[in-house]
Write a protein that binds this ligand. Structure first.
Ligand code: G3P
Length: 224
């Protein structure tokens, strides 16, 4: 089954969606945390309390050298959660991923804008790959095509890395990449809400309600 994440540091929204969706955990990045005004430790502790026992958290290093990223990853890996360390798939980041994998740290290669970039990260041992679907579309690329090409390369080379598709602005983008058989996806809160919203749903449910009350008043189904 696909792993479903929320791309957020908003604890209330995570609580809301955890009630109606099978969330595996949350993904964050430095921008998301900066905008929330809360640090990683406070955010993860709050997220753990609303998500229950074993959520998986993807949190990004902010160091800028491979050695410093490795040390930061070690510290993240010591946190009392199921942690995946996010590392931008730059030249430095790829070097850091190789070092982290020697120590058995779970790694997600992030900021992926091309299939070849993601493929290099997978060859370096990354456990997850995060192609930025909407950001690729926004620069006249084709995010879905990048994900399809990357999945093809993983399959052809029998690499275990999972694509965790990220950066969505609408459900169509999410649907297109899920149809490719990717193993994980992270959705921003507004796109998650749109997954089960359709303008025809509310009128349909209201019609059921009106028809029922006209015939049976306040009786429940089993009382009729
Ligand atoms: O976490 C990184 C990725 O999800 C970025 O999303 O919406 O900022 O393009 P966005």
């Amino acid at each position: 089954m696909i792993e479903l994440y929320l791309d957020t540091a908003d604890v209330e929204q995570t609580k809301r969606f955890n009630q109606c969706l099978p969330l595996k955990g949350i993904t964050t990045n430095p921008t998301i945390l900066a905008q929330s005004g809360k640090g990683l430790n406070e955010t993860l502790a709050n997220m753990q309390s609303v998500l229950g026992e074993t959520p998986r958290f993807h949190a990004q290093v902010v160091s800028t050298t491979a050695e410093a990223m490795l040390e930061e990853a070690r510290q993240l890996n010591e946190l009392p959660y199921d942690m995946v360390v996010k590392v931008p798939a730059t030249e430095t980041g790829l070097a850091a991923i190789k070092l982290m994998k020697k120590e058995g740290i779970q790694v997600l290669a992030t900021a992926i804008y091309s299939a070849q970039q993601g493929f290099m990260a997978a060859l370096c041992g990354a456990d997850y790959l995060a192609p930025y679907v909407n950001r690729i579309d926004a620069i006249n690329g084709n995010g879905v095509e990048v994900v399809a090409d990357l999945q093809l390369l993983l399959d052809q080379n029998q690499l275990p890395a999972k694509i965790l598709a990220a950066s969505f602005k609408n459900t169509q983008q999410a649907m297109e990449v899920m149809k490719l058989g990717i193993e994980a996806i992270t959705l921003p809160v507004d796109v998650a809400a749109s997954m089960f919203a359709h303008p025809s749903v509310k009128p349909a449910v209201e019609q059921f309600d009106a028809d029922w009350k006209a015939a049976f008043g306040n009786k429940l189904s089993f009382e009729s």
